[in-house]
Write a protein that binds this ligand. Sequence first.
Ligand code: HEC
Length: 156
Amino acid sequence: MRIHLVAAAAVVSVAAASVAFAALPKDKALAIMHERHEGMEKIGDTNKLLRREFASSAPFAPAVKSGAATIAGLAKQASGWFPPGTGPEMGNTGAKAAIWQNQKDFQGKLVAFQQAAAAFNAAAASGNMDSAKARYIAMIDTCDACHKSYRSEMHH
Ligand code: HEC
């Protein structure tokens, strides 16, 4: 009886996995995973510039503005970076399988980031660097919250 239940559960999860694969051809999945990786790297590089600006006593407003706009734009694009079938079962990625097992929580963290990035962008555009810094710090919390649960170190 116990064995039957386990076998039934295995059949269900195999079926779920093949639905995800069927929905997305391999070349498409790999292209999205590449775009996601490049996008996150760009977010990371931009963040390094911003961190440097905010470490200074007089952040250079045009650099902060441009960095904030870049991250806000990429944050919007990120809505298309995590379709089912682009996890570790498809190839080398820092995206954990947990993303697709906890969709509600993951999407909530993604939206929190998008909202924080938009708020940071608006503050930066206003030219008030104190308020931009406060919004920047709040946004970084949303990066960390997602990485903590959903990102693993990549093995190149
Ligand atoms: C909603 C979840 C989420 C948010 C928010 C998020 N990230 Fe990521 N990040 C990921 C995942 C998942 C990966 C691994 C992606 C992959 O390897 O395909 C990643 C990877 C990265 C990488 C490494 C590049 C790579 O693809 O391995 C950097 C750098 C990075 N993120 C920086 C940031 C910064 C900075 C922020 C905030 C400004 C941020 N991330 C916000 C989920 C998130």
